[in-house]
Each structure stands twice: as C-alpha cells, then as structure tokens.
Design a protein around this ligand. Sequence first.
Ligand code: NOJ
Ligand code: CA
Length: 567
Amino acid sequence: MASAEELRQGAWFRNAVFYEIPVRSFYDSNGDGIGDLGGVTQKLDYLSELGVRAIWLLPFYRSAWRDEGYDITDHYSIDPTLGTLDDLDRLVTDAHAHGIRVLGDFVSNHVSIDHPWFQAARKDRGSPHRNWFLWSDTGKEFSRTRIIFRDLERSNWTWDETAGQYYFHRFYATQPDLNYDEPAVRAEMTKIARFWLGHGLDGFRCDAVPYLFKREGTRCQSLPEVHQFFQELRSILDAEFPGTVLVAEANQSVPETVPYFGNGREFPIVMHFPLMPNLYLALGEEDPRRIRHVLQATLPAPHGCGWAYFLRNHDEVSLEQVSDDEREMFLWIYGRYPRTVLNGGIRRRLAPMLDGNDATIAMMHALLLSLPGAPFLYYGDEIGMGDRLDLSDRDGVRTPMQWTSEENAGFSALPVDRLVRPPVTDPNYGPAARNVAEERSRLGSLYHQIQQLIAIRSANVEEFGSERLAAADAHATSVLAFWRDQPSARVLCLFNFSRATVTGTVSIDPELRSAPVLIAGDGTIERQESNLMYTLGGRRYAWVRFVRPVPPLGTPAAAPPESSPSR
Ligand code: NOJ
Ligand code: CA
C-alpha cells in the first residue's frame, strides 16, 4: 500500500488513467436518490479493477446546485446531500489504499449568487466584500468578452436591484465572477486550496482558469495576470504539499493553451481541448491528418508536464476551437438530432455519437490511451452509456451510472422516479442494454476491451509513460501511425479511421531485430525485412511491440533514435 506521501511523488500522472466522476450521478450509498461520496468509496473496487489510478470528482462543496456544484455557497464544507468531511476523509484514505489518487475541482472564477460573500456585497456598498466582485453602473465594460453560455445568457453583465449596479459573470447570471485585483480574494482562494489539500486531496482540476482577470480592451482571457496568479499558487502548494497536481481547464486555441504549462512552473497537466474535436472530425472524414497536425503543434509538453486527453466530459462537446467550416461539418455528422446543439457544441455522450459501435468506441479509447500524457475517461463511457436529450442544459450527459439492468440502473435503493436524474431510457443505451454487471460478466464486452487496454498500457508503462511520440508513415491516408518508445522497446500504434479494411506498410528501424508482437487490437501484421505489412479492419487498431536487442554486458544502453515530435 502506498502512503499518501509516496503517492504525491514524481510525474506519476503520465502513467495513470484518470476517471471523471459527477458524484451526484455515480452511486447513492444512503438511499436518498442522490449519488454521494460514500457511493464513490463503495465503488473503489470497481475503479481499481478497471485500472483507474486517479479520480476527478466534480464539485462536492455546499452549493445552490444550479450548475452541478459549480455555484458554491460555502467553500469549506461538503454539501450535505453528498456527505460529510468524514466521508471525504474516508474516501481519500480508501482510495489511496487502492492506489488511486483523488482530485477535487477548484472553482475559482466565480461563486453562487447565494454565497454569503455576494449577499453581503450586494446589500452594502461599504461592505468589505463589495470589492470582491465586479460592479458597473452601465454594464458596458469589457465589451470584447465573449459570452460562453451563449444559448442561456445574453450578456456578461446583469442588473442587481439590491446592489443598484450591474455585476459581471462569465457563466450563468447566478455565478458572479470574483474580482482578482482584490488581494483578499487571491488570499482566500489560496486558503481554500490549502484546506482541501490538508484533507488529503492530491490535487485539483482547475475550473475556467483563463477568465480570472479582466482588462478593458482585451478579450478578458489568458491575460498575463492569470499566469502569474497560478504560478504563485503552484509555488505555494509545491512548498506546502509537494507534488500537488493541478489540471488546467483552459478551453483555448493551441497558442493560447500551451502557455498554461508555464514552462514547467504553472500547471503540470493541461487539458487538450484543441485535440478533442479533431478526433471526431478525423473519424467523420476517415482521415487522421488533422490529428497529426495538432500533435505536431503541441508535443512534447515541457519536461515534467503532460497533456490530459479526453473524449467526453460532463459538458457539451465544445466546438469553440474549430473553424466555422469544421463546426458545420461536425454538426452535420454528429448533431443531426433536434435539441442536440448547445452553446455551439453538442450535448451528447460518446456512445450515441459513434452510433453505439463498440469497435469504434474501443478504437477511440485505444488512441486516447496511447498518447503521451494523461488519459481522462468519463464515467460510463467504458460501458457505452447513452444520453437524454429531453433533460435540460447538460444534464442529459450526467444521468445515473448504470450498474445493473434494473430500471433504476442499480444506482440507488429508491425507485426510478425518485432519483436525482432519470436514467437513460433509449433501449440501445439504457440500463437493460448497457450495465456494469452484464459487461463484466461477458468477455469481449466494451468494458473488457477498455479494461484490457488500460492493463496493457500499464504493463508497458515505459513506452506509454514516456513523453516521446514519433510520427510514422503508414502509407494509407486513413491510418494514423506513431511510435511510442524507450531504449529497450518500441510500440507502434496504428489506427484505421476508415470504415473499410486497409492494407499498408510501415518502415521499421533495421536495428529492431525482434519479431513484431501484437499486444492489443486486431488485424494482421507481418514483418518483411525492414517493413511491417499490416491489414486493419474498418475502424480497428493495433499496438505492435518490438523489443530492442539487449546490448552485451558492459556496453552503455543505446540512446533512442532522434525523431519528431519527441523529446
Ligand atoms: C466549466 C465546467 O466544466 C462547467 O461545467 C461549468 O458550468 C463552468 N466551468 C462554470 O463553472
Ligand atoms: Ca445519497
């Protein structure tokens, strides 16, 4: 069993699979219809069996629950519907005993309109909290700031009768932004981070990081002050809680996202928003060229850092980082149903976007799991859960986890009509069709395919945990190929984005004298001198491992060949 201190050491995250959990939707341990911290604790065996090494919990703090906990009313307590501080302590201790780290969500840009800070501020211009928020008499400042919830809010300013002024909010009007030019706000947020790390959390996924500071005449995102704040926070946390992991949610373009690593001084992990929509577009086009381009522009991450890759999360599929033409193509391929589009993105889960095709879902996970950095799985994607377009906002992708085939999905002791959210009803994706119990008991199920992939990745940790990725030419337009390597071995990863079977060749470094071994996926491979001939079925993948010759005793290990992009 690893101690908490051991767990904190090193850039462990490049070898870890992360799993995102909306606590309210995962498992209800006390029979009130709402998923809770005790429910996550009870499912640690499941997560560990899947191969998960870190969990990211959506906000569990006291909240007004108008935005899935991202509207906090007290940063220092657990929401009573989710449990107690003791429950969190137990979850962290048990998770560490399972070799699983626990990340919270650091919501620093805004608070709930019901938070006592805002209540005090709005009622009294002389309140010490007045300057914790941004006020205006006209609501015209920062006019270059784009509206993120553009289908739900018409302005970033809302008039407050009690305050007699407008207040600024980057998200819902029920989430007033904090004023980071106020030193007390910066100090308070640092104190909040310390508080939860003191309770044993291993780090945070940091919400909405680009937006903390506002400056007239700018787009009010990714300003130098933002980087300065997080670099200061990082150095404080590194000194007091060494190895704390901070994951940046910075949904920006490549040039605006890369700086969040701060050359190794800011976020150890940055979510790869620019890559995500390109994964889906490449499938639609049956051409992975765009993936290669994004990887070339973003790899390697600075030393000691890593990208976080994801296919889906608890929000809509964001299309903010693609061109208008690409968005149109995306919506045409994946957004044809009414009520699918939200804020310019798509509020669907992975499985229905991929027509419930397990082979394609597995291939997308294989790709996720073979990139250099940290793969983030979204709860339920490992069993191909679906969504509910009849639920409002993004609730349709946050339905109860499907543990069994029962009508209430085995999520709670309560009947289906008393759950926090109704489970999926679509017969192709609901509990009867897709659930943990059935998929665990059936070899070859999507669950088993993904579990196997994780196990194989973990067993070849030297190759997959390295920062090196070298593009390869697969001599077929629909096939993405790259090498992941270490001095002792190389793994060739091949993904066929076409629906049709493809045959091709990849040239092999003659120094690799071993026979190729298919360690995951399917298809056929055959080595002919310095070429690997392969045949891959439609939307299939292969991981092929070569062992390097062991140098005679006493000779220094050969350095890995120079290749790009790599480090
Ligand atoms: C990003 C989160 O992922 C989303 O769910 C939330 O609504 C906004 N930030 C506001 O906190
Ligand atoms: Ca409960």
